[in-house]
Design a protein around this ligand. Sequence first.
Ligand SMILES: [Zn+2]
Length: 110
Amino acid sequence: MADIVVYACHCPDCRLGTDHDDRQLHEQMNLLCSRLDEQQRRWFAALESKKVGHGGDTLLALIVGLHVDTIRRGREELDANLVDRPADRIRKPGAGRPPLKKKTRRSSRP
Ligand SMILES: [Zn+2]
């Protein structure tokens, strides 16, 4: 299994490659996302989107790389108090991708 890949922000400011106020924040948001499972990522992005307000889903989609519909669904789940989501970290059957290995062994170079 591959190492955990941290998504690179695609917001307009970060894409310019220059320093800007939110660059580190965006990098850390993606760092955090890389350690969350699928639904936790969705809710985190949804919460950040709510902070942004209008246009938040689109902005967060650029920052963390989730689809806008996924973030909207996360907002709806938060608004419904996560009633349909298990609180004990047990996934719904068939949901999400298989867990990543805790530690990846360094591959020997040829
Ligand atoms: Zn950014």
